[in-house]
Design a binder for this molecule. Structure first.
Ligand code: NAP
Length: 479
């Protein structure tokens, strides 16, 4: 903690906020303050924007290989410092150390992946249909970007945006979530050490997100917004981006269905459920939110899931043997408590958990609810906590209709041993990603993203860099 930067990172310099404001960063396992960091205002944001705008032209002209090597070096430094970064992440976010270490590896992988993609950006050339004119297509960085990230994956949500932006030749202003700014500041220091030129990445930590970001989106200097967070905030930022016609990528909320058919392998289904529900304490956009289980296997599935959930050890993420850390804050925990209370009032049975423990920290026990009413609020709200809500179904058409009956469409999980059914159901689900007999879809080499109100665009994979590139077409008549 002692070496972790706590200031703003602007134009390659570490600075206090212009008005000297600071804000606390809390440990969700104890409620204690870890440290104070700079709290940027609109003036600081303008400075960061100016640094990004000034650095853009020269940065766009750097050799793709040079950009690739910076990313590769940063990847190596992150891997070397896995333990240190994992401890930092656990301290500010709460996830158990083993999971934090897993996120460090996942986050680093975006830098390795995009170090490889930086040198593979292609264009095109051709003869136009008239046989006379030629065209030359090249791809250019879109320009200075505003990157806004959430608290649930403090490092990976940053590298998933910074990696392709660096590879494409874009400069950036990053605004991390106020709950988890330390991982982003540590990442900026690593990129500086890896040789990233001044002004290419600027980081503004703030408790005044709206005041800081809106002028940047309306000002004209920022050409691209890449946002990960809730659908409600995404909608607002889309409206703000309209004025200066800022290009947008939106990774928004989810409401994932987890479907277990009567021909599913229940061992796989329960393993998949543990992953899809309990990764990150359920605080993931990909978390299974609605479990639809065929009535013939629902009782056994519920019993086996409750056994596994009940065996998990809850406690501070730094303690050995802990599986489930605290939720991010009291507001997040209050929301989970209210959703469970509402489901129980409407007839749900609690198979395990469901009771908030006494004492400090924002802990909530792994919980399994069965006989959940379709009218329950958690059916159309992201639970964002360790609560599995089980409903039953009778046939395939019915479950597809119910799974699709939501404004979101990020991911769905399907468990069946029948290939025909697996493909048929996957194709009919209105989602950007499907986990087939698996509870984990995230992978830096795959395009991550949703349909409907879960977002616009994709991050990662071969297409991740496209979000940061524009085409330029040259018309060349040949006489
Ligand atoms: P959030 O409340 O939408 O906040 C996300 C980020 O937006 C934070 O940095 C937040 O800062 C900032 N923000 C809020 N209002 C803003 C405004 N008016 N102008 C500019 N920035 C603003 O979401 P969250 O609670 O941090 O994260 C959870 C949500 O993220 C869930 O819905 C989850 O599904 C989604 N998520 C999606 C993905 C994906 O890839 N699809 C991945 C991870 C998470 P402040 O907190 O200071 O307001």
């Amino acid at each position: 903690m002692t070496d972790t930067p706590t200031q703003l990172f602007i134009g390659g310099a570490w600075l206090d906020a212009a008005d000297g404001a600071t804000m606390p960063v809390d440990d969700p396992a104890t409620g204690e303050i870890l440290c104070h960091i700079a709290d940027a205002g609109p003036k600081d944001a303008r400075l960061a924007e100016a640094a990004a705008v000034q650095a853009q032209e020269e940065w766009a002209r750097t050799a793709p290989r040079a950009r690739s090597e910076i990313l590769r070096r940063a990847y190596e430094i992150i891997i070397e410092r896995t333990d240190e970064l994992a401890h930092l992440m656990t301290a500010e976010m709460g996830k158990p150390l083993a999971e934090a270490g897993g996120e460090v590896a996942y986050a680093a992988e975006f830098f390795r992946w995009f170090s490889e993609e930086a040198v593979r950006v292609d264009g095109g050339a051709g003869i136009l249909p008239d046989g006379r004119n030629r065209m030359l297509l090249s791809r250019r960085p879109v320009g200075p970007c505003l990157l806004i990230t959430p608290w649930n994956f403090p490092l990976a949500m940053g590298t998933r945006k910074i990696g392709p932006a660096i590879a494409a030749g874009c400069t950036m202003v990053l605004k991390p979530a106020p709950q988890t700014p330390l991982s982003s500041l540590a990442l900026a220091a690593i990129l500086q050490e890896a040789g990233l030129p001044d002004g290419v990445l600027n980081v503004v930590t703030t408790s005044r997100a709206g005041e800081v970001c809106e002028p940047l989106l309306r000002g004209g200097g920022i050409r691209k917004l890449s946002f990960t967070g809730s659908t409600a905030v995404g909608r607002l930022l889309l409206a703000q981006s309209a004025e200066a016609v800022v290009r947008t990528s939106m990774e928004l909320g989810g409401n994932a269905p987890f479907i277990v058919f009567e021909d599913a392998d229940l061992d796989k289904a329960v393993d998949g459920a543990m992953l899809a529900k309990m990764r990150n304490m359920g605080e993931a956009c990909t978390a299974a939110n609605r479990f639809f289980v065929h009535h013939s296997v629902a009782e056994e599935f519920g019993r086996r899931l409750a056994e596994r959930m009940g065996a998990l050890v809850v406690g501070p993420g730094t303690r050995d043997g802990v599986d489930v850390g605290p939720l991010i804050d009291r507001t997040g925990r209050g929301k989970v408590e209210a959703l469970v209370a509402d489901a129980v009032e409407r007839g749900a049975r609690v198979l395990v958990g469901g009771r908030t423990p006494e004492g400090p920290g924002c802990f909530y026990p792994p919980t399994v609810l069965t006989d959940v009413s379709p009218e329950s609020r958690l059916m159309d709200t992201e639970i964002f906590g360790p609560v599995a809500a089980i409903l039953t179904f009778d046939d395939e058409d019915e479950v597809i209709r119910r799974a699709n009956d939501t404004p979101w469409g990020l991911v769905g999980y399907v468990f069946t041993e029948g290939l025909d059914r697996a493909l048929r159901v996957s194709e009919r689900l209105e989602v950007g990603m499907v986990g087939l007999n698996t509870g984990l879809v995230s992978n830096p080499a795959a395009p991550f993203g949703g349909v409907k109100q879960s977002g616009l665009g994709r991050e990662g994979g071969r297409v991740g860099i496209d979000e940061f590139l524009e085409y330029q077409y040259l018309a060349i008549p040949v006489r």
